[in-house]
Design a protein around this ligand. Structure first.
Ligand code: SF4
Ligand code: FES
Length: 246
């Protein structure tokens, strides 16, 4: 298929960006979206133009790097997939595709489609961990009984890959689905109880410090999340915060 791409080009963080139009031809419907971007970049390199900078790592939906806003949707039109899992069969011959970086004050653009998401790392560092004794007296992993329900719910929260689609799609640029997932992952397990009050207080404080907005229960984050993280995690984070402040 032949496509017209309208892509946000921005030299660096301090430069003014603009949409630039490119044509790509002979794109197979079996290619992934990132493979299509590779074809464009080959073309740009061959004509002496700078390739489009975009983030990617695993290309199998687990690293959370491939942040792109495609036709006004985080990770494009399909549900439950990251950009690297999106296939060109989701588009038609002759389509015009608009590709932009995730836009949020807490995710400043570094270059073209690459944004700085280290704000997520700083939130994680503020409390997203548990204390584990590694002094040689480490407890056997199966020694603490955990109910199936709690284990399942913790695992459902732990699948968050920190991609930032929830922030990008939220009208308030709220990071609460991400933080809710990270808090829930530990709050549901006995190992997470030791630091529980400090964890939620510190992670929420860091989230606010980074400049993310507040949740107004719109629910767009849950719809666009490639890992199906539930809004319930936000409710749990709020409950945990209330508990920690009593
Ligand atoms: S909650 Fe979903 S959309 Fe948000 S960072 Fe995690 S995986 Fe991405
Ligand atoms: S490149 Fe890792 S999730 Fe897309």
């Amino acid at each position: 298929m032949n496509l017209t791409l309208k892509i946000w080009r921005q030299k660096d963080a301090s430069s003014k960006g603009a949409m630039v139009e490119y044509k790509v031809t002979d794109i197979s419907e079996h290619m992934s979206f990132l493979e299509m971007m590779d074809v464009l970049n080959e073309q740009l390199i061959n004509t002496g133009e700078a390739p489009v900078a975009f983030d990617h790592d695993c290309r199998e939906g687990i690293c959370g790097m491939c942040s792109m806003y495609i036709n006004g949707q985080a990770h494009g039109p399909d549900r439950g997939v990251t950009t690297c899992q999106l296939h060109m069969r989701s588009f038609k011959d002759g389509d015009v595709i608009t590709i932009e970086p995730f836009r949020a004050a807490a995710f400043p653009v570094i270059k073209d489609l690459v944004v700085d998401r280290t704000s997520f790392d700083r939130i994680q560092h503020a409390g997203g961990y548990i204390s584990v004794n590694t002094s040689g007296n480490t407890q056997d992993a199966n020694a603490i009984p955990i109910s199936k329900h709690a284990a399942d719910e913790a695992m459902d929260a732990a699948v968050c890959i920190g991609c930032g689609a929830c922030v990008a799609t939220c009208k308030n640029s709220s990071a609460m689905l991400f933080v809710g997932a990270k808090v829930s992952q530990y709050a549901l397990l006995p190992q997470g109880q030791v630091e529980a009050p400090d964890r939620v207080k510190n992670m929420v404080a860091q989230m606010d410090l980074e400049g993310f907005g507040n949740c107004t229960n719109t629910g767009a984050c849950e719809i666009e999340c490639p890992k199906g993280i539930s809004l319930d995690t936000i409710a749990r984070m709020n409950r945990e915060l209330m508990k920690a402040n009593i």
